[in-house]
Design a protein around this ligand. Sequence first.
Ligand SMILES: *Cc1c(COP(=O)(O)O)cnc(C)c1O
Length: 233
Amino acid sequence: MTSISANLQAVRRRVAAAARASGRTPEDVALIAVSKTQPAQSVAEAAHAGQRLFGENYVREGVAKAAELHARQLEWHFIGPLQSNKTRPVATHFHWVHSVDRLKLAERLSEQRGDELPPLNVCIQVNVGGEASKSGVAPGEVPALAAAVAKLPRLALRGLMCIPEAGGDEALLRARFATLRQLRDRLNDAGLALDTLSMGMSDDLELAIAEGATMVRVGTAIFGARSVREEQA
Ligand SMILES: *Cc1c(COP(=O)(O)O)cnc(C)c1O
């Protein structure tokens, strides 16, 4: 067994244990293998071990891998910051975008999503920690943005995504994840039908699942450490 396949098994066990610990079933939590900076060969190895959902942060790199591994029918999630002038290949090659944080971006993705494809699934990224340097829309602006995105014809607004501040302690991380869940619940009370909370990574997936995550995005725990220098989008 390769280390990727062993790591995947270990992460799946963590996800399942965390789901059960909070009275949920393992099937309620989808695992996205974050393969940014990893070669297509590593993605192929994970796919061989049964992994189907993959997350990428950089447009060129992600599109190249999706194209190379097209025959494997994997599901590609764009999770990184996205510039408005780079939306077209994402709208064409990806199944999900988790990092929508402004209407212009959503409008372009909707316009560029091919009619032959199903609607592009999107999440709104929320800056739950209020950090000045972070992508994501402020919690107070989410209702207006969600209402506008939900009206776009070629998108399916599925939910919310967050990346809490690095180095936060457990209590803080849980509070951030709870903020995202409560926002989602309020949007649903107001008439939306959001089924997705994209939150939790290698180090905090248990906390995120305890607070209701339906998708966790895990890189390091599956593929090992990334090289320090990541490709620029
Ligand atoms: C890199 C990344 C991840 C995975 O992080 P790990 O700590 O390696 O599990 C998850 N989400 C986003 C948005 C990322 O950029």
